[in-house]
Design a protein around this ligand. Sequence first.
Ligand code: HEM
Length: 423
Amino acid sequence: MPPLVSGPLPKIGAGLRMLRDPTDFFYSARAEHGDTYAVDCFGYRLLCVFSPEGVKNLWAVPEEQASKGLADYALLRHKVPDELFAGRRTRPHDLFRSDDTASYLANLERALDDQIEEMGRQGSAELFALTRRIGHRLGLASWGGVVGECAKYLDRLIPALDRLDAADSFVHPHHGLWAMVTRKSAARRAIRELDKVFGEVIEAREREGLDPDDLFARICASWSDVEGDARKQGIARDIVLIHMGSMSNLFAALAWTLVHLLERPEIQERARHDSDLLDRVTFETIRLRQRSIVLRQCLQPTELADEKTVYRASPGVFLTTMMSVTNTTALPDLDGFDPGHFHGPRFKRVEELPAKELVTTFGHGRHACPAQVFSIAAIRRTVERLLGHYTFTRKFRDPQPLRRQLGGVARADRPCRVDYRLR
Ligand code: HEM
């Protein structure tokens, strides 16, 4: 048994301390107990590893042994009702096959046209809200069938999706407690609204005739053996689950990329005409703003070794590390922003690392993000279009990652307001 971090109340353990500031919690526990320790929180047991050997071995554990899918579900189910997960036929993993990325990027151009038209010649905006709206437009056009005439449904879909927002379970983990008290009633209302509005979208799109290559059409086809409202509900919930997955990281990484560029006018000016530099800024932004917890829930007794000991974790235990701790401490001088750390997707100091898994942007091995190429292209294109069209004036100072966040790319701890006007 490694050192155990817990608390006076057995059901809660170290849970409340962890919820206050998870990154600081894991960081401080490591300073006190060493690179490997166990944590009890809210009835869960975590086996936490931070040493090179421990982290490398954690990323290599097969899904059949210790599952990422089950661990994600454990995190999300505090906020999202079970009926959204049950019976899904299309999952986020199915989004990046063959040439789908090209069609998503075409939708991105249209989403940006619409966004720029809505923004007009000048105005003000909050960067995370702006990029979130672009993310909704892009995703709902790419897999939600919300194109052409159906764009009129956006104003009903976006508020309902934001109320359901699965990412809330790791961005504001303490909200999970409120969701439990209220039996997730707000999320359930949002699901009913989404069933209804997507039902109308499906009818409208089917009247027009579907493009069979479209992902939306493929989702509809996968429900062809079901009829009536059950079919529409199945399609709607497939779309909602995929869309929520897509909204976990991308819009926040895009917003931080803009933040970092607006804070550095000289890099901004060069990056507007140099897409390699822009990609380096994006990868460095993701490295620095990662708040992802890596969680795998053991399905069977599982061995995890660090440099000194082989630990045996029982079924139910979560194998854990935290990217926000290792990404900034694995080598000296990793706590500051420097796009020179990357050459394309490659972290240039990887040879200095005792294990390459100690720095991560899009993950490693079998669970690495299937959306990496798409996400980098989407951020590049959006930044090019927004900075090409407008001059932005920064109205914020020194935003930092939201302290309570326990997963995904950080949200900001304060509004990041900007004024903009046509170039
Ligand atoms: C900048 C944007 C993004 C970042 C930084 C990012 C990061 C990551 C990371 C670190 C993982 C691995 C997590 C782990 O192993 O515990 C992951 C997995 C995944 N991501 Fe992303 N992601 C991004 C965008 C997206 C988008 C837009 C989608 C979908 C539309 C997506 C879908 C997925 C899926 C399905 C997995 C799970 C893969 C598996 O389990 O095999 N990601 N992502």
